[in-house]
Design a protein around this ligand. Structure first.
Ligand code: NAP
Ligand code: MG
Length: 512
C-alpha cells in the first residue's frame, strides 16, 4: 500500500471517538459517508508556543498589575484547559489607561510627522507577518477556530489592515481633498471574541493612522492575541501611551466607553450592548461607531451555478463555527431548485470535518464558550419546537470542549425565531421564494442589515436585487470576502459607521 493510501485509510481524529448519547449533536443524523472522507491527523505543533502564566495590563508602554490584583482564566474551548491568567481591569485601571493615552496623544503622537506615524504602523504590520504562525496557533487555542482560518484569514488580514492604513497616515489630505482633517484625541475601543486579533487591527490601525491614541478592551474569552499584539507594539517601540490594552469583562468595557476622557468610542459586539452604549453616550460629545449583529440572507436564484453556490453557502454559515456577524444564516432559495439544492447541501455537510481546531484538515472548530453553546442549543431547540425540520451533519463530537454539528433547518417560516434572531453558531435556516421581489422582501424582513449574498448567472439581476437590499455589504457569487480597502458596516440595528477603506478613517477624524 502506498503512503498516500495508508494516509487516506487511517482513522480521522474525530471519527475515532464514539458518539455520546448524552450529547444531542453527536447523534449521526442523515447519511454517513463511511471512511471516504477521513484524513490522517495533521495537527499544527504547539510545543514551541511559550505563553506566560499570567498577563498584566499594557498601560503607558508598561506592563502593570491590576489595581484589584484580580486575574481571571482564559481557557481553550476545544480542550477546556486553562491557558493563562489574565488581569481584570477595574474602573481605576481604565482611568489610568485613558490618562496614559491622553499623555501619549499630547506629548508624542500628535507631535509626530504623519510620515513617522505611518512608519510605526508599517513596523507593526511586518511584525505581525513575522509572528504569523505563533499568532495563528494562539488564536486557535484561545478561541477554538480552525487553524486554517486563523492562519489564512485572521492573521494575514490583520497585517493587511496595518499595511493599508500605514499608507494613509501621511495622505489624509488626499483622502478628503480640499477639506481639513484632524484627529479626535483618545479612542476607547471594545471588541468581541469571534475575530480577536483581526478586530483589534480593524480598530487600532485606522485610529492610529488618523493620529489618535487608543485604549482597547478585548473580549474576556479571547484576550491572548491582543496581548501578543501589545508585545509587538512594545517591540516596535511606539511612544508610551499610544496604545493601551486593558483586559476584563463587560464592566471593564462599560468603564472605558463611559470614561469622560475618551473622545471617540468604537464598539463591535451584540446589538443589546450596542444599544446600552448608545444610551450611555447620549448627550455627550463623544463620537460613536457601532458594528453590531446580523442575520444575512444568502439568495440563490435558479440560474445560479449550484455547486459554486453550495460552497459559498457552506463557507458563509459554517466558516468560523458561524461566529461571524455577517454570516449567511438565512438561505433564500428559488422554489424550483429547493429540492436539488438541499440535497447538495446535505451531501456537502456530511463531508465537513469537525474536531481539533489545531488540525490543518479541520473545517469546524470549537464553539467559543459554554455560554455561546447554550445559546445555540436553545435557539435550535426553539426551531424544532416551532415545527421546522432539522438536519445535523453526522459529526462525532469530541469528549471535551464545546461543539455543535453544522445544522440546517428546512420548513422555516419568517416568524420562527431561527429566522429572526441571530444565532451566532453553525445553523442555517432555509426559506423559499418565487420572484426576485419576494426574495428582496424576505431578505429585508429583519431588524438587521449587515450583509447579504446573491447567486445568479445574470449580472442585471444581481444589480437589481443589490440596489433593493438594505445591507451594508453585498456579495455576488461569493461570500465572506474581506479586503482592508473595502468599507464594512451596517444598516438598521446592525449599527452605523464604516470600518475599512477611506471611509474607515472618517470614524477617527473631525473633517471640515
Ligand atoms: P458582546 O457581549 O456585545 O461583547 C462585545 C464586547 O463588549 C466584549 O468585549 C464584551 O466584554 C464587551 N461588553 C459587554 N458588556 C459591555 C458593556 N455594557 N459596555 C461595554 N462593553 C461591554 O458581544 P459578543 O457576544 O461577545 O459578540 C458577538 C456579537 O458581536 C454578535 O452579536 C455579533 O454579530 C457581533 N459582531 C459584530 C461585528 C460587526 O462588525 N458588525 C463583528 C463581530 C461581531 P466581554 O466579552 O468580556 O463580556
Ligand atoms: Mg479563551
Amino acid at each position: 500500500m502506498s503512503t498516500k493510501e495508508a494516509a487516506s485509510t487511517a482513522p480521522a481524529t474525530t471519527a475515532a471517538a464514539k458518539p455520546d448519547a448524552k450529547r444531542p449533536e453527536s447523534k449521526a443524523i442523515g447519511m454517513a459517508f463511511g471512511d471516504v472522507w477521513t484524513y490522517a491527523p495533521a495537527p499544527e505543533a504547539r510545543d514551541h508556543i511559550k505563553l506566560q502564566a499570567k498577563y498584566d495590563l499594557f498601560i503607558g508602554g508598561k506592563w502593570k498589575a491590576p489595581e484589584s490584583k484580580k486575574y481571571f482564566d482564559t481557557i481553550s474551548p476545544s480542550t477546556e484547559e486553562k491557558l493563562a491568567e489574565i488581569a481584570d481591569a477595574s474602573a481605576k485601571d481604565v482611568d489610568l489607561a485613558v490618562q496614559a493615552a491622553r499623555t501619549g496623544y499630547e506629548k508624542y503622537w500628535s507631535k509626530l510627522r504623519p510620515l513617522d506615524r505611518g512608519k510605526y504602523l508599517f513596523r507593526i504590520a511586518r511584525a505581525l507577518q513575522e509572528k504569523a504562525r505563533e499568532l495563528a496557533i494562539v488564536e486557535t487555542m484561545d478561541g477554538g477556530k480552525p487553524i486554517k482560518e486563523s492562519r489564512d484569514v485572521d492573521v494575514p488580514l490583520a497585517a493587511a489592515h496595518f499595511f493599508y492604513y500605514a499608507g494613509w497616515a501621511d495622505k489624509l489630505e488626499h483622502a478628503f481633498p480640499g477639506r481639513n482633517a484632524r484627529a479626535l484625541g483618545v479612542a476607547g475601543q471594545v471588541i468581541p471574541w469571534n475575530f480577536p486579533l483581526l478586530m483589534a487591527a480593524w480598530k487600532l490601525a485606522p485610529a492610529l493612522a488618523a493620529g489618535n491614541t487608543c485604549v482597547l478592551k478585548p473580549a474576556e474569552t479571547t484576550p491572548l492575541t491582543a496581548l501578543m499584539l501589545a508585545q509587538i507594539i512594545e517591540e516596535a517601540d511606539l511612544p508610551p501611551g499610544v496604545v493601551n490594552i486593558v483586559t476584563g469583562a463587560g464592566a471593564t468595557g462599560a468603564a472605558l466607553v463611559g470614561h469622560p476622557g475618551v473622545d471617540k468610542v468604537a464598539f463591535t459586539g451584540s446589538t443589546d450592548v450596542g444599544k446600552k452604549i448608545q444610551r450611555a453616550l447620549a448627550g455627550t460629545q463623544k463620537k460613536l461607531t457601532l458594528e453590531l449583529g446580523g442575520k444575512a440572507a444568502n439568495i440563490v436564484f435558479a440560474d445560479a451555478a449550484l455547486d459554486q453556490a453550495v460552497e459559498g453557502i457552506i463557507g458563509g454559515i459554517f466558516f468560523n463555527q458561524g461566529h461571524v456577524c455577517c454570516a449567511g444564516s438565512r438561505l433564500l432559495v428559488e422554489e424550483g431548485i429547493h429540492e436539488v439544492l438541499i440535497r447538495k447541501l446535505k451531501d456537502r455537510m456530511a463531508t465537513i470535518r469537525l474536531g481539533d481546531p489545531l488540525d490543518k484538515n479541520t473545517d469546524i472548530g470549537a464553539i467559543n464558550s459554554r455560554m455561546q453553546l447554550d445559546k445555540i442549543r436553545g435557539l435550535v431547540a426553539a426551531g424544532e419546537a416551532e415545527g421546522a425540520t432539522r438536519f445535523s451533519a453526522p459529526c462525532v463530537i469530541p469528549d471535551r470542549g464545546y461543539w455543535f454539528a453544522p445544522t440546517l433547518f428546512t420548513g422555516v417560516s419568517q416568524s420562527h425565531r431561527i429566522a429572526r434572531e441571530e444565532i451566532f453558531g453553525p445553523v442555517l435556516s432555509v426559506l423559499t421564494f418565487r420572484t426576485p421581489e419576494e426574495a428582496v422582501e424576505k431578505a429585508n424582513n429583519t431588524m438587521y442589515g449587515l450583509s447579504a449574498g446573491i447567486w445568479t448567472e445574470k449580472g442585471a439581476k444581481s444589480f437589481w436585487v443589490a440596489q433593493r437590499l438594505r445591507a451594508g455589504v453585498i456579495w455576488a457569487n461569493t461570500f465572506n470576502k474581506f479586503d482592508p480597502s473595502s468599507p464594512f458596516g451596517g444598516y438598521k440595528e446592525s449599527g452605523f459607521g464604516r470600518e475599512g477603506g477611506r471611509q474607515g478613517l472618517l470614524a477617527y477624524l473631525e473633517v471640515d
